[in-house]
Design a protein around this ligand. Structure first.
Ligand SMILES: [Zn+2]
Length: 312
């Protein structure tokens, strides 16, 4: 027997031994999915079921535009078979360098393992000049469509499409799980439509413009964003302007995410007698936001309570 054949034999035996290690067979069988935010991660878990293992990079309580980068993220990305991002520059400040360092060709943009989940989405808030000039963190328009009551269906469709593309062998299971998710959504969203009727026309103030899709879908009136531009902290005169406008228009509710709930918001609330409603801006951002459907359900409940509506 030649030396090469012997070496091949050893390699084969070594590979078999690796497969026999406890736990390695099960995890190597599954598709390794990395998602930037838990909204995408939990959808991948629900639609992927037993065929995937999923890692979400953001914890759910972070500012999506400046997620804290950890070394374990690099390891997860370097091994991933499928990568899911929101896109529209949502992750532009922290992700590109991480993807570059991961050196994983399977999940490079343009490869089957890369999925921008904003593909095909109708974007609002596109600035007239496409640039990050003056620090605007929404240069391609508003990326927070995970907070649109109709955004979840778009995200689920993209996640399903990506799973089927990368792992067509399990298409039947992905189709079945996707159909079950859509059924659950249709059932749960009946309540949201009832609450929406009571919220139409109500006035709101937000800190960051992350609830614009939500307000638009619910036909609510966002009279001001406390940030003068997305990602730009307000000056004292910006704050004074918001107070003046709220008093003139009688707006009594300020919506904010936990990461941006700060002293300026408390100050505005004190001066206007407004109620501050802290909402998650992504899945896992509150104890009740376990997945996208729970997130949207809880947002509707919290809004209804803020405006003292009767809950259906
Ligand atoms: Zn934003």
């Amino acid at each position: 027997m030649s030396t090469i054949k012997i070496a091949r034999g050893w390699l084969f035996a070594f590979a078999l031994a690796l497969l026999a290690l406890p736990g390695s067979a099960a995890s190597s069988d599954r598709l390794r999915v990395v998602a930037t935010i838990p909204d995408l991660g939990t959808l991948a878990e629900e639609i992927g079921g037993e065929h995937v293992q999923v890692r979400s990079l953001s914890k759910g309580t972070e500012n999506l535009h400046s997620v804290h980068v950890r070394p374990s993220m690099l390891i997860a990305l370097s091994k991933a078979d499928l990568f899911l991002e929101m896109g529209l520059s949502m992750e532009a400040a922290w992700l590109p360098e991480l993807l570059l360092k991961a050196k994983n060709r399977r999940i490079e943009p343009g490869q089957p393992g890369f999925q921008n989940c904003s593909d095909g989405w109708k974007v609002i808030g596109v600035p007239l000049n496409l640039s990050r000039k003056e620090g605007d963190v929404h240069p391609e328009g508003n990326p927070h469509f995970n907070l649109d009551p109709e955004g979840g269906l778009h995200l689920a469709a993209k996640v399903h499409e990506a799973l089927v593309r990368v792992d067509p062998m399990h298409r039947e299971a992905y189709d079945r799980n996707y159909e079950a998710w859509k059924k659950r959504l249709a059932e749960r969203s009946k309540r949201w439509k009832l609450i929406a009727k009571g919220l139409a026309g109500k006035k709101l103030v937000v800190y960051h413009s992350e609830y614009d899709y939500l307000a638009q879908r619910l036909q609510m009136d966002v009279i001001a964003s406390i940030e003068p531009k997305p990602g730009i902290p307000p000056s004292p005169s910006d704050v004074a302007g918001v107070v003046k406008k709220m008093k003139a228009e009688g707006a009594k509710v300020i919506l904010t995410a936990a990461w941006s709930n700060n002293r300026q918001i408390a100050d505005i609330a004190r001066k206007t007698g407004a109620r501050v409603v802290e909402l998650p801006n992504q899945v896992k951002g509150a104890s009740w936001a376990n997945d996208w459907i729970d997130l949207m359900d809880g947002i509707h409940t919290n809004l209804a309570e803020a405006f003292e509506l009767e809950l259906p």
